[in-house]
Design a binder for this molecule. Structure first.
Ligand code: FE
Ligand code: ZN
Length: 505
């Protein structure tokens, strides 16, 4: 993109933001080439044209320009335009600046994608990539821990006599010792040390997945550390403290469009509810108060995801699956802003972080849809939502006996404690070693939303609403064999005060 005038393009972005739109670079380029007086007029026409969607494209701008060219500015119109310009230059700019000063991140745009690998992936799987990846994980998480502990570098231990110390490191090689204690290695950038956990602390240690970053406080005896405390990065006690934001966000996932087990009737009931075509006045009011809908992955069933999948597909071609998905999403009301994030069944790379859907599929969806990667951290009118499909929940449930598929929210709480969406490297959930670890939960979200396990559960953990949002697929042959019982057709809604579950199956 070549934009001659950076200030002009910034102003264009701001103007659209104030009206609730995101604007594509090509559209900005097109608008920047206009005379200053014309820009505002075109913007206001574009906003009228795009009501209901929230991305302004090059095509939208072109449509308006083509219309205007057939209707050249008369003297009167020109004066009107001047008036409008004054308005934008005076009142609106003041308003814009106020908003920017108040909160430069949250309020300038209704939807912002704060963290997402889409378009930024650069890993090639070289050794250096793995080193950089783990350094990033260590740096991000140890800086959270350093606000609460005072660690010494592990290499410095050699020179120290027996004493109480604190260290921060990445967990390796956890095992139970012959005398019934837990032992693991802790590694920082300077070295490795063995840690022994006994008594009650052994139970805490035995739930470590490996590769998480923790702090250990304890007695250094010249050979190892006898731990008396294990500190997780965890969340602040009251989270962000944000309450009641005046609109609902609806959470769904795992629609699996294209599968023979897709629950069409339940889905149509949900569509009717959202369009205020079902239920009573109260139901209509509730539906109208839902401003955003987030889909946390497995939008389609995909092709070739597991052996013999074709037997369980009603649509066997991936493009047609997304076409069907787009048709279904199109049925939802246009006032709704919809965020789609992919999962392991979608047509993006398997390793996390996954980028958003490629343009050939993304472009099939209506304009009130925004595509993000997995994971993605977004703010919706200032409400921070961490979206993560949830593949690592399998790792947690298989490792920690007290966790189960019936209560997926409990596994998600473990992710928050570790401030990491997929702590165990090299288990069932593949991770791409990007230079930056996108899976660290750096910002404290207001909501953590996952899917993947096809069960439903919500919890509040330290002020964060935790939701695993069910599925729209009934039990598959594979799930029958594995004795997995899905809880389909449930939608969770939350407004910062009240959380409700709506059942459509
Ligand atoms: Fe799924
Ligand atoms: Zn999945």
């Amino acid at each position: 993109m070549v934009i001659k005038d950076v200030d002009t393009s910034r102003l264009i972005i701001k103007k659209f933001a104030l009206e609730g739109f995101n604007v594509q670079p090509k559209a900005i380029e097109m608008l920047s080439s206009l005379k200053p007086g014309e820009i505002d007029r075109v913007i206001s026409r574009v906003c009228q044209l795009c009501a209901g969607s929230f991305i302004v494209t090059e095509k939208d701008v072109k449509k308006v320009l083509d219309g205007l060219n057939g209707n050249r500015c008369t003297g009167l119109n020109r004066r009107k335009t001047e008036k409008m310009k004054k308005h934008v230059n005076g009142v609106n700019r003041e308003k814009m600046e106020k908003i920017t000063v108040k909160n430069s991140v949250n309020l300038t745009q209704p939807i912002q994608v704060l963290k997402d690998v889409s378009g930024k992936s650069c890993c090639q799987g070289k050794i250096e990539d793995f080193v950089a990846y783990f350094n990033s994980r260590y740096e991000k998480l140890s800086s959270i821990l350093r606000t609460r502990v005072n660690p010494v570098p592990i290499s410095a231990l050699r020179r120290l006599k027996s004493q109480n110390i604190e260290v921060v490191g990445i967990v390796n090689d956890l095992r139970e010792t012959s005398n019934g204690n837990a032992m693991f290695e802790l590694e920082d950038k300077t070295g490795l040390v063995n840690v022994v956990a006994t008594g009650k602390l052994k139970d805490v240690a035995m739930e470590l997945l490996g590769d998480e970053v923790i702090a250990v406080s304890g007695m250094w005896n010249g050979r190892c550390i006898i731990a008396d405390r294990i500190t997780f990065p965890d969340l602040p006690v009251n989270g962000n403290g944000k309450k009641g934001w005046g609109f609902y966000i609806a959470f769904i996932s795992d629609t699996h469009f294209g599968s023979t087990t897709f629950m069409n009737d339940a889905w149509q009931r949900f569509v009717d509810f959202m369009n205020c075509e079902a239920g009573n006045e109260k139901a209509h009011k509730l539906a109208e108060s839902i401003k955003y809908l987030i889909v946390a992955g497995d939008i389609v069933d995909g092709v070739g995801v597991y052996p013999n999948q074709e037997k369980e597909l009603s649509i066997t071609d991936i493009y047609s699956q997304y076409e069907f998905a787009a048709e279904q999403i199109e049925k939802l009301p246009k006032r709704l802003k919809i965020i789609l994030s992919p999962g392991n069944h979608d047509a993006v790379r398997q390793a996390e972080p996954q980028p958003k859907l490629p343009e050939e599929f993304a472009s099939l969806f209506p304009k009130n849809v925004i595509h993000v990667g997995n994971p993605a951290l977004v703010t919706l009118d200032g409400v921070k939502v961490q979206i993560y499909h949830g593949r690592s929940i399998d790792d947690l449930i298989s490792k920690i006996p007290r966790l189960s598929y019936e209560k997926p929210q409990e596994a998600m709480v473990e992710l928050l404690k570790r401030r990491h969406l997929s702590p165990a490297y090299g288990k069932r959930s593949p991770i791409a070693p990007e230079k930056e670890d996108y899976l660290v939960i750096e910002d404290v979200p207001d909501v953590l939303h996952s899917g993947h396990v096809h069960t439903f559960g919500t919890a509040f953990y330290r002020g964060v609403f935790v939701v695993n949002s069910s599925t729209w697929q009934s039990q598959t042959e594979f799930q029958k064999k594995m004795n997995l019982n899905p809880m389909p057709g449930i939608v969770s809604i939350y407004n910062g005060e009240t959380a409700a579950r709506l059942k459509f199956a």
